[in-house]
Design a protein around this ligand. Structure first.
Ligand SMILES: [Fe+2]
Length: 182
C-alpha cells in the first residue's frame, strides 16, 4: 500500500516525541522521506507547482517539534550559503537540485572563511540530511524546469534568526520570510 503524507506525519510525530537527538531523528526520517518522495501523488498537485512569478513554498504540516514543507525551485532559482539552526531532511520528488555544502570558519567580526565541502546533484528520490555541525549549504536549480522537493525541519524556519554568507565570507543575518524558507 502506498505510503501517505498522513502516515509520514504520524511517523514524524512518533519519532520526535521519542527522540531529541538530531542525528538519531534524521537517521530515522531519511528512509521514510525516501519512501514518500517515490510517490509524487502523495503530495496534492497544487503543492507541486510554483505560483506565478515566485518560488513555491507550502507548509504541509506544522507541529511543535517538526514541520513539513513543499519547495519548488524554478529554473535558475538559488539560495546562497546559509545555516538552519535545526535539523533537516530534504527529498527530491521531481527533477534535480544542486546542493553545495560548506564548512564555515569564523575569522572575527562579520567575516568568515567558506570551505566548500562538496557539490551534489540530487535527482528524483535523493535525500539530503542536515545535522548539527553539517547544516550549511547553498541550493541551485541549474535546469530548465521546476524542481519539487519536500523539506522537513525540527523548527519553523519562518522568522528564525539564521545566517547567510556571500562567496567572500561576508556574513549577514537571515530571517526567512514565509515564502523563502529553505
Ligand atoms: Fe537550506
Amino acid at each position: 500500500m502506498a505510503y501517505t503524507l498522513a502516515q509520514f506525519v504520524a511517523d514524524l510525530d512518533r519519532i520526535t516525541r521519542a527522540e531529541s537527538d538530531a542525528t538519531v531523528i534524521t537517521e530515522r526520517v531519511v528512509p521514510l522521506l525516501a519512501e514518500l518522495v517515490k510517490q509524487p501523488d502523495a503530495i496534492p498537485a497544487e503543492y507541486r507547482r510554483s505560483p506565478d512569478g515566485q518560488r513555491g513554498r507550502y507548509m504541509l504540516h506544522r507541529a511543535p517539534q517538526f514541520n513539513v514543507t513543499a519547495v519548488i525551485w524554478r529554473p535558475g532559482d538559488r539560495a546562497g550559503a546559509h545555516n538552519h539552526e535545526t535539523w533537516g531532511v530534504i527529498g527530491v520528488i521531481d527533477n534535480e537540485i544542486e546542493e553545495t555544502r560548506y564548512r564555515i570558519t569564523q575569522m572575527g567580526g562579520e567575516r568568515a572563511q567558506l570551505e566548500k565541502l562538496g557539490v551534489t546533484r540530487h535527482g528524483p528520490g535523493a535525500i539530503s540530511r542536515l545535522t548539527p555541525g553539517d547544516e550549511i549549504h547553498a541550493m541551485h536549480n541549474p535546469t530548465q524546469r521546476d524542481t519539487v522537493e519536500i523539506h522537513v525541519y525540527g523548527r519553523d524556519l519562518a522568522g528564525l534568526k539564521r545566517r547567510t554568507w556571500s562567496d567572500d565570507g561576508t556574513e549577514k543575518p537571515l530571517v526567512s520570510p514565509k515564502y523563502l524558507n529553505c
